[in-house]
Design a protein around this ligand. Structure first.
Ligand SMILES: Nc1ncnc2c1ncn2[C@@H]1O[C@H](COP(=O)(O)OP(=O)(O)O)[C@@H](O)[C@H]1O
Ligand SMILES: Nc1nc2c(ncn2[C@H]2C[C@H](O)[C@@H](COP(=O)(O)O)O2)c(=O)[nH]1
Length: 207
């Protein structure tokens, strides 16, 4: 392992990333780097008109995540200390490849690589996979008003994009271990034993 443990949790919208990342960070006493959602000025506009707002939204996410890595992740790893995150920066590309088109997609892809290619990568990604029905149920339970506008076709497409992206990532970043979790059957919230099993599996990866 080239740096201190850097653990990321990934998965499609509503899979349980923030929930699991928070539990892991608390269990180990590590700081948590968390997605900025409530302060995002473009999310509600994006869900109302994706074609019109996708570039602004993707750039906002990219700049914010870059800043978080710069401010919180890099110094911490440089000091030899572990950190947990509820995303991997690669998710920018998962979403943008789906939401952007033509010249904007090409420009975004270029900026993405310039900004992120030399950033530290997680040692482990806990990848929570879940079915459309479970994601819809959890998104409804969370109750963010702007997500009411999200189409099921978009969410289904993201489920598939995530699977493809995790396979690509396994090839691009062979030093990162991807731990898939079945979010439909493994309830790490209600069942402490299931959470402990995830903790043990992650520990194995960062030894
Ligand atoms: N394993 C689980 N079982 C039941 N509810 C869950 C589970 N994981 C997450 N949730 C709930 O589902 C909603 C979405 O979870 P969240 O962690 O915000 O997902 P994400 O960060 O992947 O979008 C939240 O209301 C959360 O409390
Ligand atoms: N178009 C994009 N949307 C994104 C991106 N990252 C997150 N999101 C959306 C999805 C949810 O509505 C909300 C919060 O995400 P969670 O997965 O944490 O629930 O923001 C992105 O890069 N592009």
């Amino acid at each position: 392992m080239s740096h201190a443990p850097y653990i990321a949790v990934e998965g499609p919208i509503g899979a349980g990333k923030t929930t699991l990342a928070t539990m892991l960070a608390e269990a180990w006493g590590y700081p948590l780097v968390k997605e900025i959602v409530e302060e995002n000025p473009f999310l509600d506009k994006f869900y109302q008109d994706m074609d019109d707002w996708s570039f602004q939204l993707e750039m906002f996410f990219l700049c914010n995540r870059y800043k978080q890595l710069e401010d919180a992740v890099i110094p911490r790893l440089a000091a030899g200390q572990a950190i947990v995150s509820d995303y991997h920066i690669y998710k920018n590309l998962i979403f943008s490849e789906r939401t952007l088109k033509g010249v904007k997609r090409d420009k975004y892809r270029h900026i993405y690589h310039v900004l992120t290619d030399d950033l530290p990568k997680p040692n482990v990604i806990v990848y929570i996979r879940a079915s459309l029905d479970v994601l819809l149920e959890r998104i409804a339970k969370r109750g963010r008003p702007f997500e009411d506008e999200m189409s099921t076709a978009y969410l289904q497409q993201l489920i598939e994009d995530y699977d493809t992206a995790m396979s690509q990532l396994a090839e691009r970043e062979p030093d990162t271990i991807i731990l898939p979790i079945d979010g439909d059957s493994v309830d790490f919230v209600a069942d402490r034993g299931e959470f402990d099993k995830i903790v043990a599996r992650v520990k194995e990866c960062i030894r």
